[in-house]
Design a protein around this ligand. Structure first.
Ligand code: UFG
Length: 329
């Protein structure tokens, strides 16, 4: 199969391209390199630099390449930024996806798997969260992802296009080769920020609030290895290729860890005491987000292979200690 990976130079996109190529698939990558890195593009993939909002560019890719299915990661994904600059998120995530869908429909490409998020749920009614639970995003990022899901739904009905939406919980970890890993600028995610302490780039890790209604007062999240996420995308493509109907799946381990537990695991992995400071809550953080991934397990036959938190952090550490500045020289 020839799979087009949009955003294949980014964190989850690059890991998915590596897994696809490992499985022997033919991979085409499109990325505007706004937040992605050329060094993250697999050397065996055919790479086109460009933006999904540019209709003639995306048309030209579909004309040059015979694409069997699309995996779509090309979006902005920072919750904080989405609250300060909401229109950037509407433009890239929604307008970009609209142009992409127009081009797919015009070229008779009828299968797409795309990144959604736990942020579509907002403050959850209960944990573990089911795909059928209330979706009431509390930030623009989650709102644009939920709107993307709806755009796929209605476009799919009208144009015979099928989609799988994958709602990720907290992606972390890095590829086993040590060649690619998480690199955001600025970094805002917990695991890479913790590892900046043993890497000598940060004095201490800030804990955003210790007065939540959880076992130790810090927020609980469901941390999932990026390679397990990548494998779920491949399963989702296979699911669509077999002719199955459009669907939405949560992706997480189904186990929650507090911020303090994540820091403790990082201490074990790195052997560093990792200093902490307690600071006020970050606005908009729900106390607990844990996925029910039963649907993905049952229907996609997906099972996380790297669910152990210390194993996840060890893979991230293997990347960060050798690439303290990410992909920058
Ligand atoms: N945290 C800290 N200190 C830090 C950074 C984070 O205590 O320096 C805490 C946060 O308060 C949160 C947990 O660590 O409780 C994880 O925070 P991240 O920023 O790593 O991840 P989020 O859970 O906020 O965000 C993730 C995804 C988003 C997605 C969101 C859904 O990264 O893309 O889940 O709620 F939108």
């Amino acid at each position: 199969m020839t799979i087009l990976v949009l955003g294949g130079a980014g964190y989850i996109g690059s890991h998915t391209a590596y897994e696809l190529i490992d499985r022997g698939e033919d991979v085409v990558i499109v990325d505007n390199l706004e937040t992605g890195f050329l060094q993250a593009v697999h050397p065996k993939a055919r790479f086109y630099q460009g933006d999904i909002r540019n209709r003639s560019f995306i048309d030209s890719v579909f004309e040059k390449e015979k694409i069997d299915a699309v995996i779509h990661f090309a979006a902005n994904s920072l919750v904080g930024e989405s609250m300060v600059n909401p229109l950037k998120y509407y433009d890239n995530n929604l307008c970009g996806t609209k142009v992409l869908l127009e081009s797919m429909v015009a070229h008779d490409i009828d299968k797409i798997v795309f990144s959604s998020t736990a942020a579509t749920y907002g403050e959850p009614e209960r944990v573990p969260i089911l795909e059928t639970d209330r979706t009431e995003p509390t930030n623009t990022y989650g709102e644009t992802k939920l709107s993307m899901e709806k755009m796929f739904h209605w476009t799919g009905k009208a144009h015979n296009l099928r989609y799988v939406s994958l709602r990720y919980f907290n992606a972390c970890g890095a590829h086993k080769s040590g060649l690619i890993g998480e690199a955001h600028n600025p970094e805002s995610h917990l695991v890479p920020l913790i590892l900046q302490v043993p890497n000598g780039q940060r004095e201490a890790i800030s804990i955003f609030g210790e007065d939540y209604d959880t076992t130790d007062g810090t927020c609980v999240r469901d941390y999932i290895h990026v390679t397990d996420l990548a494998q779920a995308h491949i399963r989702a493509v296979d699911y669509l290729v077999k002719g199955n109907e459009s669907s939405i799946f949560n992706l997480g381990n189904g186990i929650g860890f507090t911020v303090k537990e994540v820091i403790e695991a990082a201490r074990k992995v790195t052997g560093d005491p990792i200093k902490t400071v307690i600071v006020p809550r970050r606005a908009g953080d729900p106390a607990k987000l844990i996925a029910s991934s039963e649907k993905a397990r049952t229907i996609l036959g997906w099972k996380p292979e790297h669910a152990d938190l210390e194993e996840i952090i060890a893979s991230a550490w293997n990347w960060h200690k050798n690439h303290p500045n990410g992909f920058a020289k």
